[in-house]
Design a binder for this molecule. Structure first.
Ligand code: CA
Length: 255
């Protein structure tokens, strides 16, 4: 089976080429780059056409490997992800993206509308869920809502010394060098930065980052602190994450 290559259109391109709506009706600054992952040709071209007409940049593909490539190239604002795909299912793809810390908003598209299917999709990390057949207007409204929620989450960059974490882009840098973290390492660092200068106990960390109590997660916290140190401290010489014996950890610059 041949799979169409992902299109190369970026957000704004469609509007710039005059395929957008009448000026004043679509705001090019609000246009998004949407990745469509859908193996049903008819649905795919319906979405491609509709989204381009709205002034959005569209890339599309029909299966997991091309979706992975498109996502890894970056610049995608939202993904419309079909559940039933040849090879790996949409939900399997989504679980993997989330497990590696990819937070790109995803709306699942599917004909399955049982409550347990919706729950499975949301649990896998979907931001929303649309049951086929759906109206294009509803799809647009949900896309807008998802992006509003995501931008609403944006908060100021957290810093300690030369370490910076941007909650909006999920980027972490130390001394200007990008540091790649897993989703859990990121959550741990975010918590420590929110409490920079303050000693936080392992049980507080476990409760905040794992939403579990201390007993089950005491070792896990230690293991993740080690992972985090190997990435944010060791390569840079000057440690920021310190152990306070018998009390917990503190993130701070020490002379
Ligand atoms: Ca399908």
């Amino acid at each position: 089976m041949t799979q169409p290559r992902a299109g190369r259109l970026r957000a704004g391109d469609a509007a710039a080429r005059g395929h957008g709506k009448i000026p004043g009706c679509s705001d090019p600054s609000r246009s998004m780059a949407v990745l469509i992952v859908e193996d049903e040709r008819r649905v795919r071209s319906f979405l491609e056409r509709g989204l381009s007409e709205e002034g959005h940049g569209v890339r599309s593909c029909s299966a997991g490997p091309a979706a992975e490539r498109a996502l890894s190239e970056g610049g995608i604002d939202a993904v419309l992800l079909d559940w039933m795909l040849p090879g790996e299912s949409g939900i399997e793809l989504l679980r993997r993206w989330r497990a590696r810390g990819d937070v790109t908003p995803v709306i699942m598209l599917t004909a399955r509308d049982a409550v347990e299917d919706r729950v499975a999709a949301l649990d896998a990390g979907a931001d929303d869920y649309l049951v086929k057949p759906f109206s294009f207007e509803e799809l647009l409204a949900r896309l807008r809502a998802v992006l509003r929620r995501v931008s609403g989450r944006a908060s100021p960059v957290l810093r300690c010394g030369d370490l910076a974490l941007d909650p909006a882009t999920h980027r972490v840098t130390r001394a200007g060098v990008e540091v790649r973290l897993t989703a859990r390492e990121f959550a741990l660092l975010q918590f420590l930065l929110q409490h920079a200068g303050e000693v936080v106990s392992r049980s507080r960390i476990a409760a905040a980052v794992w939403e579990h109590d201390f007993d089950t997660f005491s070792n896990v916290v230690e293991v993740y602190v080690r992972y985090l140190r190997a990435k944010i401290d060791e390569p840079f010489g000057r440690p920021l994450l310190h152990t306070v014996r018998g009390a917990g950890y503190v993130l701070r610059e020490e002379p």
